[in-house]
Design a protein around this ligand. Structure first.
Ligand code: BGC
Length: 440
């Protein structure tokens, strides 16, 4: 693999870094935004959740944009929108404009969450594709941790504007970086720009023979006659869509963002006395999230996607059951803190090498080339929709059913995911994108 491919994947992964940063940063910033603008609870909730509405819209349009204008231009456009959103948020004179700016940020997140993994999967040589797309998830986790640290650093002064505005830095890096990165050769073949496509393949592979083999495979893949919304009528596409949407939803309904968005809250329920201690425990979980993603980067191509999903889902279920048990048997909260910390570390650690990266890897792989943008858009849209529902209702669920029952429900859904993977998900490691056939 050439350095050039790693560079292209890393630049596109900046979209993931912004995804992680912008979804994570608001949890700390909102405390000070609420004070600054004297916001009601309902308005605060809206400032937080409007991003997810933007994400849904961005993801819905992203596939069409990527198929029509290309992967590179769409990512460039996402970078510009990220930057405008960051500036708008940092300088918003009132809450209305802040809401508007956060909505714009959401659109950029939605677009990049479709197009970054799509682009990486298309420039990556088959035998490194799992690791390179996992790089995108790695960037998400770094963004989340970075957001947390930035929030922490500015929390003493309560300066929320720089918290939100700092996203400008990776936005500019994304735009500048994408300007010099190549367009996806698969996209170029698709629109008939064969010469440029061959040249890009040469740069990617570094040797003419491998580039030529890849070219033949891509061209063969293009013989398939499907495109546009007609794809929805094809049984194979629909089956791939079923698998992609189910995986995207399962990634969310197994509860990851209850920990990412409400970490300090969970630790407080588990008996952590001070906000500082709860925040620190959440940071530790954030570090585990980053570090364990490396496992997917290094093993998703050798060991394969499915074994990582099996081990990860089983580990997540065990961790959630231990957390549920601890909440059930420890009425006072005493002794619960350490069990909660270990369980949540195990849970997030297992997610970090399985459902986190591998879902993005798979939903970028399983669709036929002509409808890949569309397929990814629909699956990612479902991911954001499920994220919205789970994070909106988490606190209500804890209130209604209790923490123990809530975490048990997520544990059961981890087992459901494991069974789903065993029954329906194809192993895609080391196969050229065109060879991956998902048949109804
Ligand atoms: C998920 C996000 C989540 C993040 C946590 C991603 O794969 O899509 O919803 O916040 O992982 O690391």
């Amino acid at each position: 693999m050439t350095r050039f491919v790693v560079l292209a994947a890393s630049v596109a992964a900046l979209g993931g870094l912004l995804f992680g940063y912008d979804t994570g940063v608001i949890s700390g910033a909102i405390l000070f935004v609420a004070k600054g603008f004297a916001l009601s609870t309902a308005t605060q909730e809206f400032v937080v959740s409007v991003v997810l509405i933007g994400c849904v819209l961005g993801a819905a349009g992203a596939g069409w944009l990527a198929d029509r204008y290309g992967r590179k231009r769409t990512l460039l456009c996402a970078g510009v929108v990220f930057g405008l959103g960051a500036l708008g948020s940092a300088f918003a004179p009132n809450v209305e404009l802040l809401v508007a700016a956060r909505f714009v940020v959401g659109i950029a997140i939605g677009i990049s969450s479709v197009v970054s993994p799509l682009y990486i999967s298309e420039v990556a040589p088959a035998r490194y594709r799992g690791g390179l797309v996992s790089l995108y998830q790695f960037a998400i986790t770094i963004g989340i941790l970075g957001a947390f640290l930035v929030d922490y650093a500015f929390s003493a002064s309560g300066a929320w504007r720089p918290m939100l505005g700092l996203a400008l830095v990776p936005s500019v890096a994304l735009v500048v970086g994408m300007l010099v990165m190549p367009e996806s050769p698969r996209y170029l073949f698709k629109i008939g720009r064969r010469e440029r496509a061959s040249a890009e393949l040469g740069r990617i592979y570094g040797d003419a023979e491998s580039a030529r083999v890849e070219e033949t495979t891509i061209e063969a893949g293009l013989q398939l006659k499907e495109a546009g919304f007609e794809a929805f009528r094809l049984p194979d596409f629909r089956w791939a869509l079923f698998i992609g949407v189910a995986l995207a939803v399962l990634q969310q309904v197994t509860g990851i963002n209850t920990v990412i968005y409400y970490g300090p809250h969970i630790f407080t329920m588990a008996g952590y006395g001070t906000a500082g201690a709860a925040i620190l425990a959440t940071a530790a979980v954030g570090v585990v999230n980053v570090v364990m993603t490396l496992v997917a980067i290094f093993f998703s191509d050798g060991l394969g996607r499915k074994p990582l999903l099996y081990i990860g889902c089983a580990g997540m279920a065990v961790a959630l059951l231990s957390l549920a048990g601890a909440f059930a048997f420890s009425g006072t909260g005493a002794g619960l803190g350490p069990i909660a910390l270990v369980s949540l570390m195990l849970y997030v650690g297992c997610f970090a090498f399985s459902l986190g990266p591998i879902v993005w890897v798979l939903i970028a792989e399983i669709y036929p080339l002509r409808s890949r943008g569309l397929g990814m858009s629909v699956a990612t849209l479902a991911n954001w929709g499920a994220n919205f529902v789970v994070s909106q209702f988490f606190l209500t669920m804890v209130e209604k059913f209790g923490a123990s029952a809530t975490f048990s429900i997520y544990a059961v859904l981890c087992i459901v995911t494991l069974v789903f993977v065993a029954r329906f998900v194809p192993e895609t490691k080391r196969q050229s994108l065109e060879r991956i056939r998902v048949r109804a």
